[in-house]
Ligand binder design. Structure first.
Ligand code: FAD
Ligand code: SF4
Length: 512
């Protein structure tokens, strides 16, 4: 059963075997596995419950209803916009469908540097396969790439760089371009139409517009309490308490540490909220003679991974396409007044390529602000800045090789190239400080990191907190490092594996 707050008339008091906070990739997959194992599961989700009938493929509707802070969430210095979902299905409801396994070198680094056991590529293989089968993950045939994705394949090939289609979790996709706004055709196999309904079929209850504010641990049980919000006005309506021996925090890499910090739990290491990675993202915009349909067709179906871990240092960058939705484009385009207007006039002809940096030396931190919400900071350090610069240069060259007549970066001070020859010296003269270039993250990770050493990490390799037995964190916050690839498949596979372990060891976990 999925319960909207409009159906709630007074304080809610419930008990369950497992209470899960958050219904995105980590929470949704855990709910399905545990409900199928016969556990009584209750999921509380801060955002609302929407279906394809509500998705009208407009930014107005999507940002208001489906995104954290109406898509305006950012670091405290406003240097990095942090995009996340806030609805049943979490970020998967608004993500762009790219579905890739964790690279081997990343899993090996987790084993080597953090003592993580049980998550080698061989051990994760059955979980990756299960996720891929369940979500119909497949590569698009060549004719399905829109011009914005094709430019990566064509441009990279001309320059001799590796590029290919990415996996996508879709079924009967009609190429409507709206993946980031909620799929109006139920083609995207996001958590809201897969894991959550299957969990509900097995008896799970999902409460929408329920925000958990605190977890208390007593000798007998754990108590999750919080506020029920009115679906329309978003004002507090009543409160809830859910009691369960097992609690899974799955509120994302930004909000899981907030809940645990507020609850004063799981932080004996002092690492809670630290080690935030962003998969830091910027973009280059090419202006082409032809119409690029940047917001039409399949938004993200190709990538170039030529420069990921190319130097065998665990870092580098990756190129992908991005849906060029009008508001997003208007906010990202540099300049004001006539410069901005002139660029917006080119809107239909713009191809956008994003550069995603796999961090090595940069990281951030989530703390709790005076309003009890996330305060996010991030420091970009030299090595990753070097990769960002190289990525912007490579992205611009790829755009020219694919036929762009002019390429613009996201620097606040207009930086444009009319030929590849201009790229290096203009970028050398550019200002690369924070707030001097548009930076984004749709992949925040790492704030409750996994590891074998309780002095340096929050959870063990089953995602159980080192400090409190029966308290788990299962979401993007557990990754020990930046992934270098889009994270949903990694999170889903880890969630399936950890939830399976909880189900298999439930009596023991409960008894402790
Ligand atoms: C625009 C966009 C595009 C993306 N594209 C891709 C892509 O193509 N491929 C890919 O692999 N990944 C993509 N991602 C990232 C991917 O979707 C996320 O990494 C993944 O969904 C994270 O899973 P999670 O479980 O950590 O958190 P989420 O999926 O974000 O779920 C967390 C949920 O917890 C809820 N919550 C938070 N706090 C509370 C609280 N206190 N009480 C109750 N509920 C709470 C939130 O509302 C949210 O619904 C994209 C993300 C965005 C935003
Ligand atoms: S491109 Fe496909 S998956 Fe994305 S919104 Fe359109 S129909 Fe849905």
């Amino acid at each position: 059963m999925i319960v909207r707050s409009s159906e709630i008339n007074g304080p809610v008091r419930e008990s369950a075997d497992v209470c899960i906070v958050g219904s995105g990739c980590g929470g949704g997959a855990s709910a399905k596995v545990l409900a199928e194992a016969g556990k009584k599961v209750i999921v509380v989700e801060e955002g609302g419950y929407y279906t394809s009938k509500d998705f009208d493929a407009t930014e107005q509707t999507a940002y208001q209803h489906l995104y954290q802070q109406r898509a305006g969430q950012a670091t405290d210095d406003l240097a990095v916009t942090v995009l996340q979902g806030r609805c049943v299905g979490g970020s998967s409801t608004v993500n762009w469908t790219t579905s890739l396994r964790t690279p081997d070198f990343v899993l090996e680094a987790w084993r080597r540097d953090y003592g993580v056991r049980g998550l080698s590529s061989k051990e994760l293989e059955p979980y990756f396969e299960r996720v891929e089968r369940y979500l119909s993950i497949h590569n698009e045939p060549v004719e399905n790439h829109n011009p914005n994705n094709r430019l990566i394949l064509d441009g990279a090939k001309k320059l001799g760089f590796r590029a290919s289609a990415v996996g996508r979790n879709t079924k009967d996709c009609v190429k409507a371009g709206a993946c980031g706004l909620g799929c109006p055709y139920d083609a995207k196999q996001s958590v809201d139409i897969t894991y959550i309904p299957d969990a509900v079929k097995k008896g799970a209850t999902v409460f929408a517009n329920f925000r958990a504010n605190k977890i208390e641990v007593t000798s007998k049980t754990k108590r999750v309490s919080g506020i029920v919000f009115d679906h329309q006005t978003q004002k507090p309506k009543t409160n809830f308490i859910i009691e369960a021996p097992v609690v899974i925090v799955a509120a994302s890499a930004i909000n899981s540490p907030v809940l645990l910090l507020k609850s004063n739990l799981a932080n004996s290491s002092g690492e809670l909220g630290k080690n935030l990675t962003f998969h830091l993202t910027s973009a280059v915009l090419g202006v082409f003679d032809e119409i690029m349909y940047g917001a039409g067709g399949i938004p993200q179906s190709a990538m170039s991974d030529e420069f990921l871990n190319k130097n065998h240092d665990g870092g580098g960058f990756w190129l992908e396409a991005v849906p060029v939705y009008p508001t997003l484009a208007a906010l990202a385009l540099p300049g004001f007044g006539s410069i901005h207007r002139e660029l917006l006039h080119q809107y239909p002809h713009i191809g956008a390529t994003i550069i995603l940096v796999k961090e090595t030396d940069s990281n951030g931190r989530v703390t709790v602000n005076d309003h009890g919400r996330a305060s996010i900071s991030y420091t970009l350090r030299d090595k990753d800045l070097g990769y960002l610069k190289q990525g912007v240069a490579v992205g611009a060259r790829v755009q020219f090789a694919a036929g762009a007549k002019r390429v613009i970066t996201l620097h606040a001070r207009l930086t444009e190239f009319n030929s590849p020859d201009e790229i290096d010296h203009k970028l050398a003269a550019s200002n690369w400080g924070m707030n001097e270039i548009g930076l984004y993250s749709a992949h925040p990770l790492g704030t409750c990191r996994m590891g074998s050493d309780p002095r340096k990490s929050i959870v063990d390799d089953h995602c159980q907190t080192h400090d409190v037995k029966g308290l788990f964190v299962i979401d993007g916050s557990v990754t020990p490092t930046s992934l270098g690839v889009n994270p949903q498949v990694t999170i889903l596979a880890i969630a399936e594996k950890s939830a399976e372990w909880i189900a298999g060891n439930f009596t023991d976990i409960k008894a402790r």
